[in-house]
Ligand binder design. Sequence first.
Ligand SMILES: CC(C)(COP(=O)(O)OP(=O)(O)OC[C@H]1O[C@@H](n2cnc3c(N)ncnc32)[C@H](O)[C@@H]1OP(=O)(O)O)[C@@H](O)C(=O)NCCC(=O)NCCS
Length: 157
Amino acid sequence: MSRCQPAAHVRPATPADLDALVTLEWQAFRGDRMSRAQYRRHLASPRAVVLVADAPGEGLLGSALVFFRAGSARARLYSIAIAAAARGRGLGAGLLAAAEDAACARGCRAVRLEVRVDNAAAIALYERAGYRRIGSCAGYYEDGADAWRYEKDCAAS
Ligand SMILES: CC(C)(COP(=O)(O)OP(=O)(O)OC[C@H]1O[C@@H](n2cnc3c(N)ncnc32)[C@H](O)[C@@H]1OP(=O)(O)O)[C@@H](O)C(=O)NCCC(=O)NCCS
């Protein structure tokens, strides 16, 4: 049996992706989930970029959400998620690179993010992509879990 899979395509999300974005959010995260109303707002906001990855016949496979603050040279990667069945084929790394490109294109100097200290897969993804750990945030998540804070300079992308 062939293990080949069609290439995924990364693009900006549109309002037509809303249902799939919310479904993915519920599948990928156990807490701190983004609501439908929040996604709708972010899709329309000039201070947010929502990216999605999809592939022919597979629908929406991943998403990334980046926030920009007026007067700040740092973009914030708020969320990145890949559908469980599509993990391990490079989509997370591809979406992360696209999010960095979006930040650089806006003139940002760096991308920052927080990640649960127990999220080994995401930590490995970020460290492999060149993010450096710059601090921690105690009790950052709804359930009281701590976060590591990471940063990567746009020049390193
Ligand atoms: C974290 C997540 C986005 C990774 O997506 P992915 O598409 O599976 O990742 P990729 O296939 O692009 O892997 C890229 C690198 O990340 C690391 N990685 C990804 N999954 C990993 C795992 N389960 N264990 C260890 N390292 C892992 C590896 O270094 C990998 O590179 P390699 O395969 O060359 O070794 C995905 O597991 C996910 O959606 N998790 C649930 C949501 C989440 O926790 N999001 C992050 C917090 S906001």
